[in-house]
Design a protein around this ligand. Sequence first.
Ligand SMILES: Cc1ncc(COP(=O)(O)O)c(C=O)c1O
Length: 358
Amino acid sequence: MTRLIRAVIDAGALRHNVRTIRERARGARVMAVVKANAYGHGLVPTALALADVDAFAVARLEEGLALRAQGVSQPIVLLEGVFAAEQLLEAARYGFDLVVHDALQIEILEEDPGPHRFVLWVKIDTGMNRLGFRPGEFPAALERLRSLKPAPLEIRLLTHLARADEPDDAMTAEQVARFREAIRGLDYAISIANSAGVLSELHLGCDWVRPGLALYGASPFADRTGADLGLQPVMSLETSVIAVRHVPRGETVGYGGTWQARRDSRVAIVAAGYGDGLARGLPNGTPVLIDGRRAPLCGRVSMDMIAVDVTELPGVQVGTPAVLWGKGLPVEEVARHAGTIPYELLCGVSQRVPIELR
Ligand SMILES: Cc1ncc(COP(=O)(O)O)c(C=O)c1O
């Protein structure tokens, strides 16, 4: 049977990656970042396969609600916190832990008629300039949170690194130093490291790590693949050849005629396109695995199809399996061809692609 596109999720690889991260985390607790549909891997199946992590992190309330609706009982951290009193009520009802990064969020907590008690993660902005209290604002924010009635269940502190994927960049050390300075003398659990931070061992002495990408087996570093780091790819984006055609020398393939046959060629039409989340900008020559062997993309990505030059692979026929990324073809490599990062390709897998957990 010719099987069309699906994202095959390897639960064993996911668990292998968690074990690898746990070893690198050296006793720090693991908060698995599963926002954005678990980076395209399927929020609920991924969380259910990650039963032994210490907490999950999501960006939005709705993501947390989807996890609770499927019986996920671990702590769930809302990385952006809440923005209205009704959201705070929902967070209380479902037992979410909250990041607090802004004075408005402190007001919402102060005005909560409750009584509700939360685990609060206070975010310090050490240079990312996205979310968080600047070090100068942080002591007053902390004081207000400590004075809440009833008192928070627990206060914890975090910061987020802007350039941890560039190990030689001085900014990371500066951010860590600013964080350490801001929290000097305080006795709260702390968290600094995303995947790149854990893999660079920046978390040493921290209580929690917050890996996302590494869980899914991809590398945050431009010069190393997940395999180089002892990780296994979790998602294989698999599909099949749905037509094979002879393209005479000189003719072009696809919209815009952006690929021209330099010889009489065999071209496989593969069922995957930008409607499935493939980047339309993938250039000619991007590798695709056809029956386990690399062959170059030829012509523009269309909504439902791509074309692949299989002149060198004579056995290819309708139904031959194809892999866009995954085992044998790291998503990092495809991302480089696309001029983007693996995060974007993984998160971009669209809703019409069924997720198959294995
Ligand atoms: C606050 C926070 N922590 C951790 C992560 C996980 O990052 P990564 O996927 O690079 O491990 C993210 C993701 O963007 C984040 O926003």
